[in-house]
Write a protein that binds this ligand. Structure first.
Ligand SMILES: C[C@@](CO)(OP(=O)(O)O)[C@H](O)COP(=O)(O)OP(=O)(O)OC[C@H]1O[C@@H](n2ccc(N)nc2=O)[C@H](O)[C@@H]1O
Ligand SMILES: Nc1ncnc2c1ncn2[C@@H]1O[C@H](COP(=O)(O)OP(=O)(O)O)[C@@H](O)[C@H]1O
Length: 293
């Protein structure tokens, strides 16, 4: 049964509204070691961008979490917003439920963190709508159980990341234009981290090294050797700027200071490639909206 009321008056406005789940880019990614459980220790710069999925939450009075419409190719039990809502219920004992409407715009398996961001928006918004009062730190810890990329989106600010990406320090980056190509392939993150030839012993760097231009991504060599589509995308984008891989891919991006140059490159590439034009955001669009509430 769908409930028309919520016991938390402050939350009423938030139900049935559209909430953003932004994407991210890794502007640099070093693999500095490996934990005993197999997870890799990273140094990375996360930049949140203004490309978003959108989520709407509909309250259910019964103990049920479901999606309004399934994502093709993803079983409902694996879907990250459903898993996030269930995890919140399990952790807090919240008795009610939710139906989740997801407008999916971000490519899946593209290294833009869309699924992780959907999960983070679910955690942050339901924490409010269900009046659960978990701290941001608690939500980040819960999010980490769903994926290494979830904490950055709960954190909600561009950041320097260490550990497996959960030790975060807010940084302010120039909010430049970003041109992103999504090659026609799906990179499996687990497969890349299991690859024999992956660099796992990079020396740690400092923020000053990144600022001075150390933008390398340790996954690039292995991903381009396994996925020729990614290599071709880098070649195509390189005609317009310095093309870099985000995370484990598949997306590649170039930074533009000048909007007109970014738009011209977008126009030139879009006949052959799936391209996105975005802007860096220091504060997540999710928190911009929450601050306005
Ligand atoms: C590499 C990064 C960089 O931002 O981004 P993506 O390219 O995937 O977006 C992330 O660390 C990815 O985070 P996420 O996509 O949430 O990965 P998870 O679901 O936690 O892990 C998928 C698999 O990758 C491996 N894995 C992941 C992260 C990590 N630091 N070390 C690992 O070895 C593990 O084998 C894990 O089973
Ligand atoms: N809401 C969701 N959106 C996208 N992918 C999801 C979602 N829920 C589960 N998944 C699964 O997570 C995988 C990784 O998705 P995504 O976060 O978009 O890619 P990446 O980690 O490469 O940035 C997908 O291939 C899909 O199987």
């Amino acid at each position: 049964m769908e409930s028309n009321v919520t016991e938390n008056p402050a939350a009423i406005a938030g139900w049935r509204e559209k909430w953003p789940a932004p994407a991210k880019l890794n502007l640099m990614l070093k693999i500095t070691g490996r934990r005993a459980d197999g997870y890799h220790l990273l140094q990375t710069v996360f930049q949140i961008i203004d490309l978003c999925d959108w989520l709407t939450f509909h309250p259910l009075s019964e103990d049920k979490v479901c999606l309004q419409e399934q994502i093709p190719g993803v079983a409902e039990t694996d879907e990250l917003t459903v898993r996030a809502a269930k995890l919140l219920k399990q952790h807090t004992g919240y008795a009610g439920g939710v139906r989740i409407e997801l407008e999916k715009n971000l490519p899946m398996g593209g290294g833009l963190g869309g699924g992780s961001s959907d999960a983070a928006t679910t955690l942050v918004v339901l924490n409010r709508l269900w009046d659960l009062r978990l701290s941001q730190q608690q939500l980040m810890q819960l999010g980490l159980q769903l994926g290494a990329d979830v904490p950055i989106f709960v954190f909600g600010h561009s950041a320097w990341g260490e550990g497996v990406g959960e030790e975060l320090q807010a940084i302010t980056l120039p909010e430049y234009w970003l041109l992103i190509i999504k090659p026609d392939c799906h990179v499996n993150t687990r497969q890349i981290f299991l690859a024999e030839g992956l660099t796992r012993n990079s020396a740690s760097i400092k923020m000053i090294d990144f600022i001075a231009g150390d933008y390398s991504n340790d996954c690039t060599a292995i991903v381009t050797s396994m996925y020729p589509e990614v290599k071709n995308a880098i070649r195509a984008l390189s005609e317009f700027g310095e093309a870099r891989l985000t995370g484990t891919g598949a997306c590649v991006f170039a930074v533009f200071v000048d909007e007109n140059a970014a738009r011209a490159a977008y126009a030139a590439l879009q006949s052959e490639w799936v391209v996105y034009l975005a802007r860096g955001q220091n504060q997540s669009p999710l928190y911009k909206k929450l601050d306005r509430e």
